[in-house]
Write a protein that binds this ligand. Structure first.
Ligand code: 13P
Length: 256
């Protein structure tokens, strides 16, 4: 595979945490802590009600703001949903797609992930598509086939010509919020499987330039060992992203 440099991407996923006041307090405290780091792209993923406030608080900095989900249509009678146009209009730049919590609790399917990915790319949002196996799948020896099929399904019908911004996050479901991290070697092996599938589904060039993030109980202490591996290009962080100190430490420790 051609060798390219991939800028690390360190993304917070705040999930359903924080009020607008708490979110602003986070951003104000966080900005000076990461002001000198330019080695990584930094993203904060927040609930819809926080997005305008967080965008305003981070304005003029290198911090990007992500939605945690979106609908694939531009507008319509879809009560409770948020469209790519609505996100663009408030200067949101990134979007999480297919997080395992959405797959588990909100009927997200490979098909809706694919529709959302197409919409994100068409609208110039940076998509962070989440894939990952359940514990039962890992124990049954199905990790590779699950990752291949989730990745392939997400990429069905994607035009390689517009797939440049694509980001994938490998989040083994058993490692999310459990304190159990995949070892760096386990994660790297999974990332190689995902990258090979991107090469098959899109092209070797897109596969070589696509950033693949690891997510699942990432902490400041585990960051450097993960990021040191060839195919781990960043982190998607839940619990440890809720405090400015710990999340800024993860950004700092990603410079490897
Ligand atoms: P934790 O870091 O809390 O395990 O969450 C990971 C995650 O789901 C990020 O999207």
């Amino acid at each position: 595979m051609p060798k390219v440099t991939r800028k690390p991407l360190i993304a917070a996923n705040w999930k359903m945490f924080k009020t607008p006041d708490e979110a602003v307090a986070f951003v104000r405290a966080f900005i000076p802590l990461v002001a000198t780091y330019s080695h990584a792209e930094i993203v904060l993923s927040a609930s819809p009600t926080l997005l305008p406030t967080v965008v305003a608080a981070a304005k003029g900095t290198a911090i990007h703001i992500a939605a945690q989900d979106m609908h694939w249509k531009e507008s319509g009678a879809y009560t409770g949903e948020t469209s790519p146009l609505q996100l663009k209009a408030i200067a949101v730049t990134h979007v999480l797609i297919g997080h395992s919590e959405r797959r588990q609790y909100f009927n997200e399917t490979d098909e809706t992930v694919n529709l959302k990915l197409k919409a994100a790319l068409a609208h110039g949002l940076v998509p962070i598509v989440c894939v990952g196996e359940l514990l039962s799948e890992r124990e049954a020896g199905k990790t590779a086939s699950v990752l291949e099929s989730q990745t392939a399904a997400a990429l069905v019908g994607i035009d390689p010509a517009i797939a440049g911004p694509l980001v994938i996050a490998y989040e083994p479901v058993w490692a999310i919020g459990t304190g159990k991290t995949a070892t760096p070697e386990m994660a790297d092996e999974a990332h190689k499987i995902i990258r090979a599938q991107i090469a098959k589904s899109l092209s070797p060039e897109i596969a070589a330039s696509t950033r693949i993030l690891y997510g699942g109980s990432v902490k400041p202490a585990s960051t450097a060992a993960l990021l040191a591996l060839e195919d781990i290009d960043g982190a998607l962080v839940g619990g440890a992203s809720l405090e400015p100190e710990s999340f800024s430490q993860i950004v700092a420790n990603s410079a490897v």
